[in-house]
Design a protein around this ligand. Structure first.
Ligand SMILES: Cc1cc2nc3c(=O)[nH]c(=O)nc-3n(C[C@H](O)[C@H](O)[C@H](O)COP(=O)(O)O)c2cc1C
Length: 441
C-alpha cells in the first residue's frame, strides 16, 4: 500500500485535460466494467466499503442497490456539488483538477443502476467551476465518451447523458430532495421521506443522489480493485478523503490523505501548525454543522467511526481550526447566523428555532444574557433536533449544543460579566464596556 495515495487529486500536470487523463488510464475502468453485469459493479462498490463523502457517510454500494432493477422507467443520478456548508471547499478541486474522473464515475454509476442521465448540480456561486466542468463534459461528448456516440466508441448498447446544472445559490439546495426540486425548476424545499429518491426522485422517477467526491472515487476503486481500496486508511471508513483545512493553520488548503490520520498530524505535520505557535482551542472536524472538538482531543483519528465515538462526525472533512484567542461565543453566533439565514422556513421548529438560537447568542455576545439563557439555548436545540423534514435543523442545533457543552465556561463567563457589569455600573455610575470592566477588575 502506497503512503498517502492520491487517487482523486493526483499530482499530474494538466490532468484535467482529456488527453492527459487518458494517457494515465482514464476511461479504462469504464471499459472494464462494460463486460460485467450491473449487479457485479454494485457488488464491487459494496466490497470497497466506499461511504458517501457528502456528510452522512452512507455506504455507496448499498445506496445504489436500492434502485429498482426494472429499466422500463427512466432513472437518474444527481451528483451533488452544491458545497455550500461553511468550511467545505473540496468538490471544486475535482471540477478544476480532475473533471474526467468524475465523468467516468458517472458513466460507471449510470451503467450499474441503468440510469438514463446524470445531473451535476454545482453551487450557484461557483461560476468558474461550472464553466470548467461544462468544458470537460463538452470535451467528453465530442470524443464520443458520453451520449449517443458511446455506442460507436465502446461498442455497447448502453448510452447515457450528462448535464451540468448551476445551483440556485442557497445552502438548502444541497439537501438531496431540495436539490431535486431545484433541478426540476421549483423552489428548493425539502421533500418528506418516504418516498425515498430511489423510489420517487427526479420527475417522479427513481433517482440516486451522490456527492461529487463519492462518484469521483469510483473509477479508482475499479482500477485498483475494491479489496485494495478497502485496505486504505481506517477499516470502517476506508479510502482517501479530501480534507479541506481552514482557519488558524499556517498552510490551509485541500489535502488528499487516507482516512484515519490523527487530527494532530493533520494540523501540525500537514498544515504546518498554528500561526504564532499558539495552542489550538477548538476544531470543527467536518463542516460547520458538526459538533466541535477541544484542543485536548487532537489525537483522534479522522474517520467516521472514531469521531462518532467522541460525539461528532467526519461530515465533509472540512476541518476548521481555532486558536487559543478565539472568541467561542462569537464563533457560535456566526454559525447560528448562517443557519438562521439559510433555513428555508418550511418547518416551524427550524424557521423559528434558528432565529431564537441567533437571538440568544447575540445577547450572550453582548453580555446581555441572563443565566437562564444558556438552558434556554439548549432547550431550543432540543426542540429543533429531529423535528424537521430535513437535517438543516439538526445542522443548526449540533454545533450550538456542542460548543455550549464543550466550552460552557466561555458562555458562563459572558453571563457573569453581565452581572459584574451591572453592579459596576451602579458603583461607578458610568457606562461600563467590556474593556473598562476588565481594567477596573
Ligand atoms: C442542508 C443540507 C445541505 C447539504 N448539502 C450538501 C452538499 O452541498 N453536497 C453534498 O454532497 N451533500 C449535501 N448534503 C447531503 C445530501 O442530502 C446527501 O446526503 C448527499 O449528497 C448524498 O451523497 P453521498 O451519499 O455520496 O454522501 C446536505 C444535506 C443537508 C441537510
Amino acid at each position: 500500500m502506497a503512503e498517502n495515495p492520491k487517487i482523486i487529486l493526483p499530482d499530474i500536470p494538466n490532468y484535467h485535460k482529456l488527453e492527459v487523463y487518458k494517457q494515465h488510464g482514464g476511461y479504462e475502468s469504464f471499459k472494464k466494467i462494460l463486460t460485467w453485469t450491473k449487479d457485479q459493479v454494485i457488488d464491487e462498490v459494496k466490497k470497497s466499503n466506499l461511504r458517501g463523502r457528502g456528510g452522512a457517510c452512507f455506504p455507496t454500494g448499498l445506496k445504489w442497490s436500492f434502485m429498482p432493477k426494472d429499466d422500463s422507467k427512466p432513472k437518474y443520478l444527481a451528483i451533488n456539488g452544491d458545497e455550500s456548508e461553511p468550511g467545505s471547499f473540496k468538490d471544486r478541486q475535482i471540477f478544476e483538477s480532475n473533471p474526467h474522473q468524475l465523468i467516468e464515475g458517472i458513466l460507471i454509476a449510470n451503467y450499474a443502476m441503468g440510469n438514463k442521465a446524470g445531473y451535476i448540480y454545482i453551487r450557484g456561486e461557483y461560476h468558474k467551476w461550472v464553466t470548467l466542468m461544462q468544458d470537460a463534459v463538452d470535451e467528453a461528448y465530442v470524443a464520443g465518451l458520453v451520449g449517443p456516440k458511446m455506442k460507436e466508441t465502446f461498442g455497447t448498447d448502453f448510452v447515457t447523458d450528462i448535464y451540468v446544472h448551476k445551483g440556485a445559490g442557497a445552502y438548502i439546495c444541497g439537501e438531496e430532495t431540495s436539490l431535486m426540486n431545484s433541478l426540476e425548476g421549483d423552489r428548493a424545499y425539502p421533500r418528506v421521506k418516504p418516498p425515498f429518491p430511489a423510489q420517487r426522485g427526479l420527475w417522479g422517477m427513481p433517482t440516486t443522489v451522490n456527492n461529487i467526491e463519492t462518484i469521483a472515487a469510483v473509477p479508482a476503486i475499479i482500477k485498483m480493485g475494491p479489496e485494495n481500496y478497502a485496505k486504505l486508511g481506517a477499516a470502517g471508513h476506508p479510502g482517501t478523503l479530501l480534507y479541506g483545512v481552514s482557519g488558524h493553520v499556517n498552510k490551509p488548503g485541500v489535502y488528499e490523505l487516507e482516512t484515519g490520520i490523527t487530527l494532530r498530524s493533520l494540523i501540525y505535520d500537514v498544515c504546518g501548525g498554528v500561526p504564532g505557535g499558539k495552542k489550538v482551542k477548538a476544531v470543527i472536524p467536518g463542516g460547520s454543522s458538526m459538533p466541535p472538538l477541544t484542543g485536548d482531543e487532537l489525537d483522534i483519528n479522522m474517520d467516521e467511526e472514531s469521531l462518532k465515538q467522541i460525539g461528532t462526525h467526519i461530515g465533509t472533512a472540512g476541518v476548521m481550526v481555532m486558536d487559543e484567542d478565539t472568541d467561542i461565543v462569537a464563533v457560535t453566533l456566526r454559525i447560528a447566523h448562517f443557519y438562521h439565514h439559510e433555513s428555508c422556513g418550511q418547518c416551524t421548529p427550524c424557521r423559528e428555532g434558528c432565529g431564537w438560537l441567533e437571538k440568544i447568542l447575540k445577547r450572550l455576545v453582548k453580555s446581555e444574557a441572563s443565566s437562564q439563557d444558556l438552558d434556554l439555548l439548549l432547550s431550543v436545540c432540543d426542540n429543533i433536533e429531529g423535528n424537521t423534514i430535513c437535517a438543516l435543523g439538526d445542522a443548526a442545533a449540533w454545533p450550538v449544543r456542542g460548543f455550549v457543552q464543550k466550552f460552557r465556561s466561555d458562555f458562563e463567563a459572558r453571563v457573569k460579566v453581565n452581572r459584574s457589569f451591572q453592579s459596576l455600573n451602579v458603583v461607578h455610575g458610568k457606562r461600563a464596556t467590556a474593556s473598562n470592566l476588565i481594567t477596573t477588575l
